[in-house]
Write a protein that binds this ligand. Structure first.
Ligand SMILES: Cc1ncc(COP(=O)(O)O)c(C=O)c1O
Length: 450
């Protein structure tokens, strides 16, 4: 089963040719959904005692299952948070998958971990973190946030000499990503919902007011969003950093989507204050052009993360006694693929200037798209775009109209857009982070709302 035979070599060539065909066809069709019944009809039972054989299993994927997936890297995929991996990152991901690398420890993956750490270092430098900062790549923002907050609580517990309050508390705004509430549930801590200001931002002043009204000694961390998912807003990072410093609280910055903007010189100032955080995350599978799934988790003081996350077991002594940089020590994970390497390879191939340019391109297209929305009498922009999220309203539309519009565009393979809610009311939302998305793509979507 494991040896390369004529058949498996042939299969490898077929797979590579499919990959290249997808890269050549620009854009690849948007794809779509299917019901379980439709899929069963298309491919039948695929797991059999004797196996289907490579060509037949591949055929069922290519003809039956693959088309029932949406191309999140399509230039008119503008919903949720789009995806735009470079060819270099995708091709290198294939190589990593075929390289048998266990990237949990330095002992087993020194070269891979070294490269991942250079990529993390670039991000830490952009954020103004100190030289000793570091962390690991984890599957996504959800796990990155959870891992950061577990380290934060562990640090608070250590500071308190092991004495636990009846309930721990975590502060964030309602604009924080749903993974923060999820982390609070997993950690079994109470989430304080701090009100935002008129610009939808969590501010230091509002956290200070909330602290004065509550029991300060239970709070262990404040979560700031640097590019909140729904509206793209950056919280008051300097104000939050200052209140966290005063109260000895851990500041975690969730920049899963937005912190990539640090790479764009025109946006860097908007993130001032991030350099004072205790930890941050940013997902290369979002606005840093890497394949799923990849989140960079960076700690100002990695020793605090290690104290919280390191696993010990007799069979792991051989690793732990070496005192090397083991990515497994910095998050809720042990076995891991070298998921930061496709991002590293793409950065190494293209250079950081190309990253800056690509991100600036998406910022510029977003501003042009905002002007286009303002110029259309049937649309109202609801939030001035700080990054690349556009939230706007079509006069006279109800929730059902937005749903029908979304279904129409997806159904015709034109664009992938879904509505959102703004202040409780339905609205349109598009996110531009694919450098191949043009103003013409956005106009196609806006025309469909006329
Ligand atoms: C700000 C923010 N945080 C966290 C997440 C969760 O990231 P993931 O989907 O990679 O788990 C997202 C996802 O969109 C996000 O936008």
């Amino acid at each position: 089963m494991h040896r390369l035979t004529d058949e498996t070599e042939q299969l490898a060539r077929q797979v590579l040719e499919l990959v290249l065909a997808r890269e050549r066809q620009d854009p690849w069709p948007l794809g779509g959904a299917a019901t379980p019944e439709e899929l069963a009809e298309r491919v039948g039972q695929t797991i059999t005692p004797g196996g289907l054989g490579g060509p037949e299993a591949l055929r069922r994927w290519v003809e039956g299952l693959g088309p029932a997936t949406v191309a999140a890297d399509h230039p008119r995929y503008l919903a949720f948070i789009p995806h735009a991996p470079t060819v270099a990152s995708e091709i290198f991901d294939l190589l990593i998958s075929a390289s048998g690398i266990y990237a949990g420890s330095w002992l087993e993956a020194a070269g891979a971990v070294f490269a991942e750490n250079q990529a993390l270092r670039w991000l830490a430098d952009l954020a103004g973190f100190p030289p000793e900062a570091g962390g690991a790549f984890v599957p996504g923002g959800t796990l990155g946030n959870l891992s950061a907050l577990h380290a934060a609580r562990h640090a608070a517990l250590t500071r308190r000499g092991g004495e636990r309050p009846a309930r721990w508390q975590l502060a964030a705004s309602a604009e924080a990503h749903s993974s923060i509430a999820q982390a609070a549930r997993v950690l079994d801590v109470d989430l304080i919902d701090v009100p935002v200001d008129a610009n939808h931002r969590l501010t230091g002043a509002n956290v200070r007011a909330a602290l004065e009204a509550s029991q300060v000694d239970r709070l262990f961390a404040v979560v700031a969003s640097a590019g909140a998912t729904n509206l793209g807003v950056i919280d008051d990072l300097p104000g939050l950093a200052s209140v966290c410093r005063e109260r000895n609280l851990w500041l975690h910055v969730d920049g899963a989507y937005g912190l990539a903007g640090l790479a764009a010189p025109s946006k860097r100032a908007a993130f001032a204050g991030v350099e004072q955080a205790n930890s941050f995350i940013v997902d290369p599978h979002k606005w840093l052009f890497a394949p799923y799934d990849c989140c960079a988790l960076v700690f100002r003081d990695p020793a605090q993360a290690r104290a919280a996350h390191s696993q010990s077991a007799a069979y792991l002594d051989a690793i732990n006694e070496r005192n090397e940089w083991n990515p497994a020590d910095y998050a809720v994970q042990l076995s891991r693929r070298a998921r930061g390497l496709p991002f590293w390879f793409s950065l190494a191939v293209h250079g950081t200037d190309a990253y800056a340019e690509a991100i600036e391109t998406t910022l510029a297209v977003t501003q042009q798209a905002a002007d286009e929305i303002r110029a259309r009498p049937y649309l109202d922009i609801l939030v001035e775009p700080e990054l690349t999220v556009l939230v706007f309203r079509r006069h006279g539309w109800t929730g059902a109209d937005y749903d029908a519009w979304s279904a129409r565009l997806i159904g015709s393979g034109t664009a992938f857009v879904v509505p959102t809610r703004f202040q409780g009311e339905p609205a349109a939302r598009i996110v531009i982070l694919n450098p191949r998305t043009t103003l013409a793509d956005v106009k196609t979507v806006l025309d469909s709302m006329a």
